[in-house]
Design a protein around this ligand. Structure first.
Ligand code: ADP
Length: 259
C-alpha cells in the first residue's frame, strides 16, 4: 500500500498546473535575459515556485546571471533534473548542455530536441516556468510556440525605434500562434549620470509604452539603464535579490504578473 500511495503522489506531482511564460525580444542585447532572471528572483521572493528555462542558444547567460555556472544538472533516466540556484529559482540552460565557450551550429531539429529536454525536465513543484527565448523569430521560438504552447508572452524592448520595430515583429509571431501577450517591458529607459546626476536618455524614452498602446497591448513597466544593474548582473547578483532601488522595477513587474 505504501508503494501505491507513493505512485499516486508521483502522479499528482506530475500534474502540477504549471504556467509557461515566454520572454522574447525582437533583437539581442535589449535585456531579455536580465529581465528573465530578475523577474524569476522577484517572483520567488514573493513566494512563488519558479523555474527558468534558458532557451537562448546563441547566448545562454542564465547560469551566470543566477550564479549557477558551477552547478551541473543531473538526470534520472532520460529526464534532466534542474539545478536549484541560491536565489530559490530552479534552472536549466542550453549553456549547461554544451561545453563552455563553444559556438553552437545546430540545425532546427537539434535545437528542437534540446528545447524539449529542457521543457520536459523534472520541474517538480514549479508553478511557473519563465522561458528566456533567443532573440528574433527563428526555429527555437517556433518549436516553443507550437509544441509547448506558452500561457503567455512578455516582450522586452529598448525605447529605440529600431528595437521597437523588431519587438513588433516578435509580438506578431506570438499573435499568429495565438499566444496571449502579457505585455511589453521597456528596458534601458533613461540613464542617471553617476558623476553629474543629470538624467539622459541614450535610447530615448517612452517608446515601448507608446508602442504597447498603439498595438493594444499592456505596458508592464520600465527599467532604467543603470551601471549597478550591469555590474550586479555580471557578478551573478541579480538586483531583484536585494531591496535596493535597482530591484524595485523588477519587483513591480513581478507583482503585476501575480495579480
Ligand atoms: P538580451 O538577453 O536581450 O540579449 P541581456 O540581458 O544579455 O540582453 O543584456 C545585454 C547587456 O546589457 C548585458 O551586459 C546586461 O548586463 C546589460 N543590461 C541589460 N539591462 C540593463 C540595464 N537596465 N542597465 C544596465 N545594463 C543592462
Amino acid at each position: 500500500l505504501a508503494g501505491v500511495s507513493e505512485v499516486r503522489v508521483a502522479l499528482m506531482a506530475d500534474k502540477v498546473q504549471r504556467s509557461i511564460v515566454a520572454i522574447g525580444s525582437g533583437k539581442g542585447g535589449v535585456g531579455k535575459s536580465t529581465l528573465t532572471a530578475n523577474l524569476a528572483v522577484a517572483l520567488a521572493r514573493a513566494g512563488h515556485k519558479v523555474g527558468v528555462v534558458d532557451a537562448d542558444i546563441y547566448g545562454p547567460s542564465q547560469p551566470m546571471l543566477l550564479d549557477a555556472a558551477n552547478q551541473k544538472p543531473t538526470a534520472e533516466g532520460q529526464q534532466l533534473i534542474p539545478v536549484e540556484s541560491e536565489f530559490g529559482v530552479k534552472l536549466l540552460s542550453m549553456g549547461q548542455l554544451i561545453a563552455p565557450g563553444k559556438a553552437i551550429a545546430w540545425r532546427g531539429p537539434m535545437t528542437g530536441n534540446a528545447l524539449g529536454q529542457l521543457m520536459d525536465a523534472q520541474w517538480g513543484d514549479a508553478e511557473v516556468l519563465l522561458v528566456d527565448l533567443p532573440p528574433g523569430t527563428g526555429d527555437v521560438q517556433l518549436t516553443m510556440l507550437q509544441k509547448f504552447k506558452p500561457s503567455g508572452a512578455i516582450v522586452v524592448s529598448t525605447p529605440q525605434d529600431l528595437a521597437l520595430i523588431d519587438a513588433t515583429r516578435a509580438i506578431d509571431l506570438f499573435r499568429q500562434a495565438d499566444i496571449p501577450i502579457i505585455g511589453l517591458v521597456e528596458n534601458m529607459a533613461g540613464y542617471l549620470c553617476p558623476h553629474c546626476g543629470q538624467p539622459s536618455e541614450p535610447f530615448g524614452s517612452g517608446g515601448a509604452e507608446a508602442a504597447a498602446r498603439a498595438l493594444g497591448e499592456d505596458f508592464l513597466g520600465r527599467i532604467p539603464l543603470a551601471m549597478e544593474i550591469r555590474v550586479a548582473s555580471d557578478t551573478g547578483q541579480p538586483p531583484a535579490a536585494s531591496d535596493g532601488p535597482q530591484g524595485k522595477g523588477f519587483a513591480d513587474i513581478a507583482a503585476r504578473l501575480s495579480d
